[in-house]
Design a protein around this ligand. Sequence first.
Ligand SMILES: Cc1cc2nc3c(=O)[nH]c(=O)nc-3n(C[C@H](O)[C@H](O)[C@H](O)COP(=O)(O)OP(=O)(O)OC[C@H]3O[C@@H](n4cnc5c(N)ncnc54)[C@H](O)[C@@H]3O)c2cc1C
Ligand SMILES: Cc1cc2nc3c(=O)[nH]c(=O)nc-3n(C[C@H](O)[C@H](O)[C@H](O)COP(=O)(O)O)c2cc1C
Length: 579
Amino acid sequence: MTKLAVLPRTAPFAEQDIAALDRVIRDASAPQRAWLSGFLAGLDASESTVATPASPPAAAPTLTILYLTESGNSERLAESARAAARKRGFKVQVLDAADATPEALIGTSAVFVIAATWGEGEPPQRATTFYQAVMADAAPTLEGIDFAVLALGDSAYAQFCEVGKRLDARLAELGAHRLADRLDCDLDYETPAKSFIGDILSRLTAKHDGSSVIHVDFHRLPGDSVGTALDRPTPFPAEITAHHPLTSSRSTTETVHVEIDLTDSGIRYEPGDSLTVTPRNDPAMVEAVLRSVGLDHDDDTARALTTERDITTLSSKLVTDYAALTCDPALIALSIDETERHAFVQGRQLIDLLERFPQKLQASQLTTLLRKLPPRHYSISSSQQLVGDAAHLTIATLEYESAGRTRLGVASGDIARRRRRGDVLDIILRTNTSFRLPEDPAVPIIMIGAGTGIAPYRAFLQHREAGGQCGASWLIFGHRHFLHDFLYQLEIQEWLKSGVLTDLDLAFSRDQPKRRYVQHVLRERADKLNAMIADGAIIYLCGNAGAMARDVEATLTEIIGADELRTLNSTRRYRKDVY
Ligand SMILES: Cc1cc2nc3c(=O)[nH]c(=O)nc-3n(C[C@H](O)[C@H](O)[C@H](O)COP(=O)(O)OP(=O)(O)OC[C@H]3O[C@@H](n4cnc5c(N)ncnc54)[C@H](O)[C@@H]3O)c2cc1C
Ligand SMILES: Cc1cc2nc3c(=O)[nH]c(=O)nc-3n(C[C@H](O)[C@H](O)[C@H](O)COP(=O)(O)O)c2cc1C
C-alpha cells in the first residue's frame, strides 16, 4: 500500500528535498520524530548568529549550475554550490557539460557556470561538444536568464581562464543577463570561489524576493555548506618504502618508481585515481630568492618559501604585481607592454625577474607577492588488490634548459633527486571516476600511452591480474629507447605471458633513424583498432598533453572518423588522462 505524504507540497523546500524529507519523516517512529524536532530546535539556536535571508523566497527560483571539468575541481565546486543553494530554498539542477546541450539552459531562471580551462586555452575534453554548440551560430537565445561565471585556471598559462572568459562573453551575446562580473581563479581557488558562490546566491535571493543583497559569511555555515565542503583534506604523511630508477643510467631521461606506505591513512583508491603531493622547493632556490631581495638568513621566511609559496613560476601577472610593488621604472615599462611582458616570462622563472630587476623587499611583501605553492598530481601505478596498504608512483624528472640555465621541476626534481627511502611524502587521494576500468572485466580495453602515461595502466593490469578472468587488453606504449626507457619491462612481459595482457605494441622513438611514436602503431594496426572498437572496447589515452595526445587524437580521428570518436567520447568509451 502506498504511504500518504506527510509534508505539504507547499513546504518551503525544493521538490526533491520535500520528497526526501517526507520519506524520512513518514517512516520515523514517535521517539525519532521527537528527537528530530529537539535536534532542529537546538541547531537553530546555535546558528542564530549566521546571517540568513529574512524570509524564504516566495516560490523557489530555479538555478542551473553547469560545470565544465577535467580533473574534478569544478565539479566539487558545483556540488558545494548545490548544497548552499538548496539551503536557501532554490530548486537546483546541476549539469555536467559533458551530458548537456545549450538548450538545457532554456527555462531556468539563472545559470551559474563553473568552467575550467585545459590544454592551451581549451575546454575540458568531455565538455568540448557542449562548448562548441554554445559557441556555434545555431546556439539558442538565452534572454530572460541571469548568469554568472566562475572560471578556474592556472595563471602560469598564457591563456589564463580562457574558457570561462569566452563563455562569459558568449552567454551575454546570447541575450542572458550578467548578474555579476566573472571571477577568474588561480590554483588556490577555494577561498575566492567560496565567497563568489555566496555572493551570487545572495544576489539571486535578493533579486527574487526584492530584498537588498545579504552577504553571508560562508565560513560560518554549518554542515555541508560551501565553507566546509571545499576545505582540502589534511594531507597524510606517507613514508617512502621504496625508491629506485626505472630508466637506465644511460637514458636521456630519468623516471623513478616510488612506493609509499598507506597504513592507518584510511585511503582506499581505485585504478585510475591519482595522488596529490605537497611539493617542497629546492633549498638552493629558496636561498637564491631570499638573497636576491636582501632577506638572507631569514629562517622563518625560508621555511614559508620551502613549503608554502610558488617561488619558480613566472607569470605575466607576477611581473605586473612586482612592478606595482617596487615602482621600478624599467619594470613598469616592461609591465605595461603586453607583448614584451609575455615574451619576457617565456622560459623564465621568478629568480630571473628578481636578479634582472633587483629590489630589497620585506618578508611580508615577498610572501604576499608570491602565490601559494600548488600541489602536484601523480597517477597511482598500483592496485590495492595487489599491494594492500601501499601506493606506487611513477615519476619522471622534469629537466630542461632555458634562459641559459638548467631547470628542474619543483616536485619531480625534489622526489627523484632529494627524497629517499624513509622520507615522508604528504599526500591526498584524488579520485578520478572518469578514468576507471570498465565494471565488467570482460569488456576489452585499449591502453595508449607514452612515458609516465604507463602509470595507470600498470594499476589496471595489476587489478585485472588480481581479479582473474578478464577480457582482451591491448597496450600501446612509447618512449625513447628500448634498452634504457622500457618502464616496467619485466612485469609487462609477465602479463603478456600470463594472458592478463593480450596484445602489446611498443614504439621506441629514437631506436631507428626515423622517429616512431604510438600514433604510428595505431595507423599500422588500424584493422585491429576497428575490430576491438566493434567488440565494445574502451580506449584510454594517458601521458603528455602536448604533441603525444594531439597526434594520437588526430590519428584516431583519421582511422575511425570524427563522428565516431565524438560518439565514443560522449558514451565514455574514449577516456583521457593527459597532463
Ligand atoms: C592528473 C595528472 C596525473 C599526472 N600523473 C603523472 C605521473 O604519473 N607521473 C609524472 O611524472 N607526472 C605526472 N603528472 C604531471 C605532474 O603533476 C607534474 O606536472 C610534473 O611532475 C611536473 O611538475 P614539477 O613540479 O616537477 O615541475 P614544475 O616545477 O611545475 O615545472 C613545470 C613547468 O616548467 C615549465 N617547462 C617545462 N618544460 C619546459 C621547457 N622545455 N621549456 C620551458 N619551460 C618548460 C613549464 O612552465 C611548466 O609548467 C600528472 C599530472 C596530472 C594533472
Ligand atoms: C595539462 C593542463 C593544462 C592546463 N591548461 C590551462 C590553460 O591553458 N589555462 C588555464 O588558465 N589553466 C590551465 N590549467 C589549469 C586548470 O584549469 C586548473 O587546474 C583547474 O583548477 C582544473 O579544474 P578542473 O579540475 O575542474 O578540471 C591546465 C592544467 C593542466 C593540468
